[in-house]
Design a protein. Structure first.
Length: 116
């Protein structure tokens, strides 16, 4: 099974920016989707953003206009640029590798804390 390794994250003040990165342990060729999900305390993971092989994206309502997802197919990597961060964005963020509607792999998780 392909492993996903995340980097980035940390603590930032409200209005600040962070960039998350996630790369697969092996290059994948074909059709697949990569994404980012956030897990808030006491809640299930919820979608932040996803990007397909064709470059089509969709975002959770709370991050539209503030976060941008991108991918590098040559590296089987996905990135999340997080701007105008709010305290309510505080969560553990996980990247995903998806085939169809099934999540094949999850990253190890990265804490993002937005606080003054």
């Amino acid at each position: 099974q392909v492993q996903l390794v995340q980097s980035g994250g940390g603590s930032v003040q409200p209005g600040g920016s962070l960039r998350l990165s996630c790369a697969a342990s092996a290059r994948i060729v074909g059709i697949y989707t990569m994404g980012w999900y956030a897990q808030f305390p006491g809640k299930q993971r919820e979608l932040v953003a996803r990007i397909t092989s064709a470059g089509n994206t969709n975002y959770g309502d709370s991050v539209k206009g503030r976060f941008t997802i991108s991918r590098d197919n040559a590296k089987t990597a996905v990135y999340l640029q997080m701007n105008s961060l709010k305290p309510e964005d505080t969560a553990v963020y996980y990247c995903s590798l998806e085939f169809g509607t099934r999540v094949n792999s999850w990253g190890q998780g990265t804490q993002v804390t937005v606080s003054s």
